[in-house]
Structures are given as structure tokens and as C-alpha cells.
Ligand binder design. Structure first.
Ligand SMILES: Cc1cc2nc3c(=O)[nH]c(=O)nc-3n(C[C@H](O)[C@H](O)[C@H](O)COP(=O)(O)OP(=O)(O)OC[C@H]3O[C@@H](n4cnc5c(N)ncnc54)[C@H](O)[C@@H]3O)c2cc1C
Ligand SMILES: *[C@@H]1O[C@H](CO)[C@@H](O)[C@H](O)[C@H]1NC(C)=O
Ligand SMILES: *[C@@H]1O[C@H](CO)[C@@H](O)[C@H](O)[C@H]1NC(C)=O
Ligand SMILES: *[C@@H]1O[C@H](CO)[C@@H](O)[C@H](O)[C@H]1NC(C)=O
Ligand SMILES: *[C@@H]1O[C@H](CO)[C@@H](O)[C@H](O)[C@H]1NC(C)=O
Ligand SMILES: *[C@@H]1O[C@H](CO)[C@@H](O)[C@H](O)[C@H]1NC(C)=O
Length: 537
């Protein structure tokens, strides 16, 4: 039983699995694939050191190390035929050329945090291209920009920025082990979202390997592709080698706070009020709501509602603002801590006060749990009676948490079509429903039960969440939201999840896909298929 949202830091027993075999393939093709690789890579760094097959001792540990979700890792029915741990950009280029030529699917992994494990599982013979070693971060303070390779983590990015400046930051995820490669592909949000938008709103160039193994930049890929890879699920279009980002300015001291109330302490009224206030606050203030059911024994249950705040300024200013805009919360100076921006990033990631920023250099989460996540967008305030329903479901399920992340601010100013990320104006907040469990809660055997609980909460919230389409956040990948009807074409299936993830941008994404990858080489369970050409008459 785990009741926390900090899935980054929950400890569980790590299980060593005996590796299952790959989906069946022709060994002749596999030999040809292996022989192809050195022919297409730069010899300055030998690709031999990057190729792992099941015969290599470190194959299994490398496979597992960045497979973040035990639910997926332990239920995977087939394993990759090889893992290419690229040590040089040309190794990634060779992986594309050779996998395509010899009929293997390619799954690209940067940080391995995909909620549905799409970077490390497949039911056809596949190769994992692991970008984790390509992790350089080159910051240029004169232009306040940086080139960041796909394998760098959010923590490494924050650390590198802090080495250069205490008045710069970057708006991306709260967890510090996310891979920049996958994280930006769905937008990338964090506690600077209301001030600066998403990670991709601050991306100014990119290096992308296309289906022919060429490295393209913004100019050579063209504005359509550059548009698509910002929030449209980059993995449908190619492999991100690196992103060029614009750093953002932050004050030398920021203020954080957490205020917690139970239902008995008036949490319902405050959560109701929060929905009206938080999306309209000045951009400098971000207040996340976190809802966790508590069982005090017997039938004595409640829900704690935490207001977790980040203010780009000092406590005095925050208190003045809260006194005017949200006096009901009763924020006091004692609730507030001032610190540097990078220290606040540590705090959001769940590290205790006083932790050295060196922890940002820990690249993988060694202790992992089983989890299932779902998301929603809300455009209308959930009425009090709806909140009561939510509390009831939470208290019934118990092992679940909900986060509401406020929109508004900068998110309101960027049009739906400016990048492929469509959830902008008119959203009050985004919800994450997370359920997680460990070996002691039944491990993989309990998966069906926990996944069902997450669906139950999702269904209960249907009357209040966005509808037609019921929008979902691409970074919170959820295979439930697709269609499961048989006999549909790739495109018909994609219209179901695509409308939820990308809304009106789906058609443009599919037409970009038709141009850059018409054969649909870059493919997974929820990728964007090429727009079918209309039948000619
Ligand atoms: C504990 C935790 C906390 C999270 N917190 C946040 C958060 O605060 N904000 C937020 O926005 N999201 C958050 N997420 C979601 C996260 O952004 C996504 O899971 C993201 O896809 C992770 O990227 P990755 O590189 O680590 O994962 P991976 O599993 O390596 O990749 C994810 C997807 O991107 C593709 N991909 C990976 N690398 C590349 C590449 N170089 N080029 C092309 N495609 C690639 C993969 O094939 C896969 O489909 C969180 C997830 C977890 C597990
Ligand atoms: C994997 O094994 C092969 C064959 O034994 C070897 O040549 C290669 O160097 C090994 N790869 C790594 C990365 O150790
Ligand atoms: C329920 O638990 C809380 C917290 O332990 C306690 O303060 C309260 O008195 C309990 N209520 C009842 C009815 O037992
Ligand atoms: C955090 O730690 C510092 C010293 O390391 C201390 O001065 C400060 O009061 C602490 N803040 C909180 C909120 O505990
Ligand atoms: C899961 O199921 C298997 C097979 O039925 C069983 O051997 C194992 O002990 C179970 N594990 C747990 C944690 O219940
Ligand atoms: C599709 O999913 C729904 C909801 O999970 C389920 O009720 C239905 O049986 C599924 N249909 C098929 C054909 O798998």
C-alpha cells in the first residue's frame, strides 16, 4: 500500500526475471543485421562496444535498467533481439538503416519512463536503440541556449544549468530521471508551465535522424516536421539526437510551500475554490493539488488534499498575493521556504531539504514499482457533489492518488496549432490518476485488479472531464484509450487515441508522417500512421 505521488522515489524489491525469448525471426536476417551495423557507422568510435545480444552478459541488466515500470517489464512476452547502446550518433543512424533493411522493428529508448513501456517492448522482432549514452549538454550563456542530447535526463539538465547560473532554469518535468528524448516528445511539463509553457515551447532547433538514417536539423527537416516533433510524439517521425533549447530566467530566490487539509478540515471547500483560483493566478505562481486517500483504521477514512506551491519570487510577495487571491487557504510564513530555483526542483522531485544537488546526476531509478496511470483535462469546475463522488471513489480504492495541475497563464497564450501539443486555452487543469503497487501488494499477479481500479476512477470522473474528445496527455501514455475493435485499419485505430492526444492536430500530423515516413517504419501501439491517400477515381 503506497499512498504518494512521488513514484520517483518509492522503494520496492527489485525482481530479477529470467529472460523470455524474442518473437520468432530468421537468424540469417539477424546475422545480416549485425554485419550491416559496422558498415554504416563511423569508425572513430567502434560500434562493436555498443551492440548487445542475448549472449552478452550485460544484455539482461541493460534491458532492465531503464525499464521503469515493473508492470510492463515483468509481463513482457518477448524480448529485443539486440540492444544498441549508441556511443556515437552514427550508431543510431546505422541502427535505423540496418533494422529497416533487415526487417526488424526499432524501439527507441532514452530514459525508459514510458508509462506503457513502448520504448522497450514489442510483439514483433525488434531492436532497442538505447540513446542513454548520448547525453552531452552544451550551454551557451551568451545566447542563453543549450544543445541537449536525447539521453540526458531532466536532472542532468537542471544540474548543468545550475553550474552556469543561478538565475536560469528550464520548464520540464518534476521527476529528475526522465530522458529528454522521450519527455519532450509529448510536450514536457513541470512547475514552470504557467510561466513559460512546456519544454517544447522553448525548443528552437533539433537534430532528427530520419527513416533513411540522415541527420536533419530544423532547416533541413522543414517547418512541418519541426512542428510535428514538438508535442506530436516525436517517435513517429524519427529519432531525436538532440534538442536546442532556450533557457528561461528565474529569480535568485523562489518560494515553495505545502499546505495539507483533510476532509474534516474543510478540504472540499478549498478544492472547490482552488479550481476557480489556480488557473487564473499570475503566471509566477503554480499550485498543484494532490489528493490522497488515508485509512486511519476501521471505517475511519479520509482524503488529504495538499496544495503544493511554487512561486517565482520571495515569501513576502507570495503572502501578499495569496492574501488577496486565495485567503481561504490561510497560507502563513511558516508554510513557506525560500531557496534557489535548482533547490526547488530537488524539492519537487521529492528529495528532502538539504540534499546535495549532486543527486541530480543519478541517472536511473534503481528501485521501481508497478504502476498504471490515466489522465484527463478539465474545462469546467467540478461541482462539490462531484468532489464528494471523487472522495468516495478514492476512499473505496485506497491505493490511488490524483494530481491536478493548473493550466492558464502562458498555456492560455499559445494557440492549439502553434505546436503539435493541442491542450491549451480553456483548460482549467490536467489530472493524473496514478495507481502503484509493489511486490508485497501482489506484484505482477495483482495487475488486473489494480488496472481495473484505475479504470473505475476514470469512469467515475467521466461526467466532469472534457468530452468529445475526452482529452488525454500523450506523455501519460495509456493503451486503454485506443480502440480495440478488430478489422480496423491503422488509421481508423489512430483516430481514436489520436483525437484524444492531439485533437485537431491529428490530421496534420498524419500528413507530415506521410511525407517523412510513408512506409511507417517508426511505429508503435500509439504512433501516428501516414495519412492514407484518397482513392483516385
Ligand atoms: C516517475 C515519472 C514522472 C513523470 N513526470 C512527468 C512530468 O513531471 N512531466 C511530464 O511531462 N511527464 C512526466 N512523466 C512522463 C514522461 O514525460 C514520459 O514518460 C516520457 O515519455 C519519458 O521519456 P523517457 O525518455 O524517459 O522515456 P522512454 O520510455 O525512453 O521514451 C518514451 C517514448 O518516447 C520515445 N523516445 C524516446 N527517446 C526518443 C528519441 N530520442 N527520439 C524519438 N523518440 C524517442 C520512445 O520510443 C517512447 O515511445 C513522468 C513519468 C514517470 C514515470
Ligand atoms: C558482446 O559479445 C560479443 C561476442 O562475444 C563481443 O564481441 C562484444 O564485444 C560484446 N559486446 C559488449 C558491449 O561487451
Ligand atoms: C479518525 O482518525 C483520526 C486520525 O487518526 C482521528 O483524529 C479521529 O479521531 C478518528 N475518528 C474516529 C471516529 O475514530
Ligand atoms: C532547510 O535546511 C536549511 C539548512 O540546510 C534550513 O536553514 C532551513 O530552515 C530548512 N528549511 C526547511 C523548510 O526545513
Ligand atoms: C504469482 O503467481 C504465481 C503463479 O501462480 C505464484 O507462483 C506466485 O507466488 C505469485 N506471486 C505473488 C507475489 O503472489
Ligand atoms: C474493448 O474494451 C472494452 C472496454 O475495456 C471491453 O469491454 C470490450 O470487451 C473490449 N472488446 C474487445 C473486442 O476486446
Amino acid at each position: 500500500m503506497i499512498a504518494s505521488s512521488y513514484i520517483c522515489f518509492i522503494v520496492s524489491i527489485f525482481v530479477l526475471l529470467s529472460i523470455s525469448s524474442a518473437a520468432s525471426y530468421d537468424p540469417v536476417d539477424f546475422d545480416a543485421f549485425l554485419q550491416c551495423l559496422p558498415k554504416h557507422s563511423d569508425h572513430s568510435v567502434s560500434i562493436a562496444g555498443a551492440i548487445l545480444t542475448p549472449n552478452n552478459a550485460s544484455f539482461q541488466s541493460t534491458y532492465q535498467l531503464r525499464a521503469n515500470n515493473l508492470r510492463i517489464l515483468l509481463s513482457a512476452t518477448s524480448r529485443p533481439v539486440a540492444i544498441i547502446t549508441a556511443l556515437h550518433p552514427s550508431h543510431a543512424q546505422a541502427a535505423v538503416i540496418c533494422a529497416k533493411r533487415h526487417g526488424f522493428q526499432l524501439r527507441i529508448r532514452s530514459g525508459g519512463h514510458d508509462y506503457e513501456g513502448l520504448s522497450y517492448i514489442s510483439d514483433v522482432p525488434f531492436v532497442i536503440l538505447d540513446m542513454f549514452n548520448l547525453k552531452s549538454i552544451d550551454i551557451d550563456m551568451k545566447t542563453e541556449t543549450a544543445w541537449v542530447q536525447a539521453g540526458a535526463t531532466t536532472g542532468e539538465l537542471y544540474y548543468s544549468i545550475a553550474q552556469k547560473s543561478d538565475v536560469h532554469g528550464f520548464p520540464s518535468g518534476v521527476c529528475t530521471t526522465l530522458g529528454i528524448g522521450g519527455h519532450f516528445s509529448g510536450g514536457g511539463y513541470g512547475f514552470l508551465m504557467r510561466k513559460y509553457g512546456l519544454s517544447i515551447d522553448n525548443v528552437i532547433d533539433a537534430q532528427l535522424i530520419d527513416t533513411n538514417g540522415r541527420i536533419l536539423d530544423r532547416k533541413s527537416m522543414g517547418e512541418d516536421v519541426f512542428w510535428a516533433i514538438r508535442g506530436g510524439g516525436t517517435t513517429s517521425f524519427g529519432i531525436i539526437l538532440s534538442w536546442r533549447i532556450k533557457l528561461v530566467r528565474v529569480p535568485p530566490r523562489v518560494t515553495i510551500f505545502t499546505v495539507q487539509r483533510t476532509l474534516e478540515q474543510g478540504a472540499t471547500e478549498l478544492a472547490y475554490r482552488w479550481q476557480q483560483v489556480a488557473p487564473k493566478l499570475p503566471k509566477d505562481l503554480f499550485i498543484r493539488l494532490q489528493l490522497v486517500p488515508i485509512n486511519n483504521g476501521g471505517n475511519n477514512k479520509t482524503v488529504t488534499v495538499s496544495f503544493i506551491g511554487h512561486f517565482l519570487g520571495q515569501a513576502d510577495g507570495l503572502l501578499r498575493l495569496m492574501n488577496v487571491r486565495f485567503p481561504e487557504l490561510g497560507l502563513t510564513r511558516n508554510d513557506c521556504s525560500e531557496m534557489s530555483w535548482v533547490e526547488s526542483a530537488l524539492n519537487w522531485a521529492g528529495f528532502p531539504n538539504g540534499t546535495s544537488i549532486d543527486v541530480l546526476l543519478n541517472r536511473v531509478q534503481v528501485d521501481r514499482v508497478f504502476y498504471k496511470t490515466k489522465s484527463d483535462y478539465y474545462k469546467a469546475v467540478i461541482p462539490k457533489q462531484g468532489l464528494e463522488t471523487l472522495w468516495q471513489v478514492l476512499m473505496d480504492i485506497e491505493d490511488i492518488f490524483v494530481q491536478f495541475n493548473p493550466y492558464g497563464g502562458r498555456m492560455e497564450e499559445i494557440s492549439e496549432s502553434e505546436t503539435a501539443f493541442a491542450h491549451r486555452r480553456g483548460n482549467l487543469f490536467k489530472a493524473q490518476y496514478g495507481i502503484q503497487w509493489s511486490e508485497s501488494d501482489g506484484g505482477i499477479n495483482a495487475t488486473g485488479r489494480y488496472v481495473e481500479m484505475s479504470r473505475r476512477l476514470y469512469n467515475a470522473m467521466a461526467p466532469y472531464a472534457s468530452s468529445n474528445p475526452r482529452e488525454a496527455f500523450f506523455n501519460y501514455r495509456d493503451l486503454d484509450i485506443g480502440s480495440n475493435e478488430s478489422g480496423e485499419t491503422d488509421f481508423e485505430v489512430a483516430k481514436e487515441y489520436g483525437a484524444k492526444y492531439f485533437m485537431n492536430n491529428l490530421m496534420r500530423l498524419a500528413s507530415v508522417k506521410a511525407k517523412i515516413d510513408p512506409e511507417n517504419f517508426f511505429k508503435n501501439e500509439q504512433s501516428i500512421p501516414p495519412l492514407p491517400t484518397p482513392p483516385s477515381h
